[in-house]
Every structure is written in C-alpha cells, then in structure tokens.
Design a protein around this ligand. Structure first.
Ligand SMILES: C[S@@+](CC[C@H](N)C(=O)[O-])C[C@H]1O[C@@H](n2cnc3c(N)ncnc32)[C@H](O)[C@@H]1O
Length: 389
C-alpha cells in the first residue's frame, strides 16, 4: 500500500502526547493541530496506531477532499470518491460531519447530502445501497469542513479508542481512558515511581498506569473499524496483535495505590481490575483523602475530584478544597500532585501555588490540570496548620 494520510483525534490538550506516540510508531509527517494529529504511513501503521495509542480517540483515514462553497459541492465531491471499492454494500454506514468556521447553515443537511452521495455512488456501481445504522454502524464516514475545504475520512477505529473493551459498568463520572493515560504522560509518570489516586472511583488512572507499566497494548481485547473495510489485511493485523501480546508482561505487584471514601465505588474498581487481569498490580484502600496518608515517601498523585457540574454540590466543594490543600501540605511533602478540575476557583480555594496549569478538555468540559509540587520544608513541622472545618 502506498503512503496514506491519516488524522488521529484526541482530547484537546493532548496533541503533543499523541504526536510523540505516533512518532514512536514510526509515523511520517506527524503534525499536531488542535484536537488531533495528522500523519502519514501505511496500513500496518494505521493498525498499530489503533492498537497501541493510549491517547488517540479515533484514527481516521483520509479518502478525499476538495474546496467547497455549498452543500451541492460537498455532494458532488463525496459522490466521486471510490466508496464501493472501500467497503462492501452489505456494510451499514453512519455519516458524521464536523465543522469549524463552515459557512453552511445546517450540518444536519450536509450530513444527509454526504450520506446520499455515498448511497448514490453504490447504486451506480453495485445497483444497491448500504443501510444506515446510526447506533452500531459497520463503517463510519466522517466529513470535516473548514471555511472552504471539505475532507472525507473513513474511521478505522469504529468505537472510540477510549473504549478499551473492559468497562462493563461506569461508576460516578469515570474519566475517559485516553484522557487518564494522557494525564499520566503529562505528569511524566512511569514505573517504578509510586502512583496514588486518592479519589480513584472506578480506577481508570490506575488501570491505565498498570497497562503502561506492563506494556499492555490498550486496544488488545476489542475490535476495530478497519476490520470491516475491503483492504483489511487480516494476516498483517494478527501479526501485529500477536507481537503486542508476546510483549505483554504478566501482572505483578506495582507501586500503584488507589483510595476512595466510598466502599461501593471501590468495589467497582476491584471489579474493573479483575476484568482487566490487573488486580495484582494495584493496592486499594477505603480512605477519605482528608484523613489518610501517603503510601510511600514520594511519588505522583493524580486525581479528579467531583465537579460541581456533575457530582457533589458546588458549596460542598468550596469547603472541601481548602481542607484538601491542607491535607496535601501537611502529609504529602515529597509528592507531586496533579488535579484535574473544571473549577477555575480551585487554585484560589486550595491555598497551594500551582507550578503548572495545563488546559485540557474532558469531553466538552474545559478543565485544567493543576500541578502542585509539595516540597518538604514548606511545612512548619510540629506545628501543622489547623485543618479548616
Ligand atoms: C469524579 S470521581 C473520580 C472518577 C475516577 N477518576 C474514575 O475514572 O473512575 C470522584 C471520586 O472521588 C470520591 N471522593 C469524593 N470525596 C472524597 C474524599 N473526601 N476522599 C476520597 N474520595 C472521595 C468519590 O467517591 C468519587 O468516586
């Protein structure tokens, strides 16, 4: 296969981390832009990116693109693309259109026109058209519109890549797996540095960390959109997947620690660790972050406290943050804490000086990843600040 062009999407703020992953897979022409990374390579690279990227949301394969002015131009361009050679007419389809600064009035109408164009291309070539299935399509087609350019992609991922295939039940507001993995990368965490998530919920950070430490390919255990395309090279894919399986280290004790004040939530974390075969790698404990202490002298803490918008009332959180700041200061000297929050008042409330603030998006929710270096010596030993009630 000659060089193809791809675009991997990711949560905004993680583009550089994704670019580094793709470069490590030997992708060519790696170019991060807002919300993703363009790159070039062959089919095997596309399979590898789907299998190995911890940060990507989807890997899209560019099948065409041109300038446009109206919906009719989009229809005509989509109509001339070789869809009937790219997938079988018996595959169901779904079309998604996304746009930035497009002059079109209705994206729904543009979506309909792309769908019509694909179906008309099939009718002309095969005498019949594919069915539409918006819930579980075999093949997803994406069109991306800028002010004057339309680009058409086939989605090689299928279900979004943060769905690793192990989550059966979602706890309270679980983090997306690729956002959790990206935060671990931004934090510079790697084994054997101790890692603590003191508000671990279903354990997403810990599971991603264990997978990183044990070299588990995040996509091993799920299916992908590329398997439904005509050019699917099963032999090549199985070779890649088997190589990843051979590399995987068996679960062993790792310095990964999780805690949550809720016993029910911890039970869910336990179930998730069992499903992923990672129970041995992680220690869990029922604990209130305001009461407990660190599991090691130093390490990295990651956490995403409840957001006012989603769980817990805003005034409860306003009272919680100063106490969290005190707990971190008094008991976690030597640790670096990373807190993901959409609450822009957090820095003021927590009473600690952030050494870094990284804008990140949790879905559509604008967040910051606050970094706090909890330095020994900033403590007044023997005279801890009273915990504000
Ligand atoms: C937004 S959820 C974390 C989700 C988690 N990152 C995941 O991906 O599943 C926040 C968690 O903090 C826990 N929590 C709230 N207050 C706490 C406290 N004071 N100490 C420990 N855990 C707490 C809640 O039980 C909840 O599971």
């Amino acid at each position: 296969m000659k060089g193809e062009n791809f675009f991997a999407t990711c949560p905004r703020g993680l583009e550089q981390a994704l670019a580094a992953e793709l470069a490590a897979l030997n992708a060519r022409e790696v170019k991060p832009v807002d919300g993703g990374v363009a790159f070039a390579g062959d089919l095997a690279l596309c399979y590898a990116a789907n299998l190995e990227s911890r940060v990507a949301s989807r890997v899209l394969w560019r099948v065409g693109g041109a300038r446009y002015r109206n919906e009719n131009d989009i229809y005509e361009q989509a109509r001339t693309l070789p869809w009937p050679r790219l997938f079988d007419v018996r595959r169901s389809i779904r079309v998604n259109v996304a746009a930035i600064k497009s002059p079109l009035k209705s994206l729904d109408f543009a979506t309909l026109r792309v769908k019509d164009a694909v179906c008309d291309a099939f009718r002309a070539a095969r005498g019949s058209r594919p069915d539409v299935d918006t819930v579980r399509p075999d093949v997803r087609i994406h069109a991306f519109l800028t002010r004057d350019e339309a680009t058409f992609y086939l989605d090689t991922s299928g279900e979004a890549l943060f769905k690793r295939g192990w989550r059966t039940k979602a706890g309270d507001a679980p983090l997306r797996e690729n956002l959790a993995a990206g935060i671990l990368k931004l934090a510079g965490w790697s084994a054997p540095t101790p890692l603590l998530d003191p508000m671990c919920g279903g354990g997403t950070f810990l599971i991603e960390a264990a997978m990183m430490a044990l070299d588990v390919a995040p996509g091993d255990g799920r299916t992908f959109g590329f398997e439904k395309l005509e050019n699917f090279n099963e032999k090549q894919w199985l070779t890649l997947r088997d190589r990843a399986r051979a590399r995987r280290q068996p679960a062993r004790t790792l310095p990964l620690h999780g805690a949550d004040k809720s016993g029910a939530v911890l039970q869910l974390a336990r179930e998730n660790l069992t499903t992923t075969g990672l129970s041995e790698a992680v220690r869990l404990k029922q604990m209130d972050v305001l009461d407990g202490g660190p599991p090691a002298e130093s390490g990295i803490m990651v956490m995403n406290p409840p957001y006012g918008e989603r769980l817990g009332a805003a005034d409860e959180l306003a009272a919680f943050y100063p106490r969290l700041g005190d707990a971190l200061k008094q008991r976690y000297a030597g640790w670096t804490a990373y807190i993901l929050s959409a609450d822009m008042q957090l820095p003021k409330r927590i009473g600690l000086k952030a050494s870094r603030r990284t804008p990140l998006y949790n879905g559509a929710l604008e967040c910051r990843l606050f970094e706090y270096r909890l330095v020994a010596g900033s403590l007044r030993r023997g005279k801890p600040r009273p915990v504000t009630q």
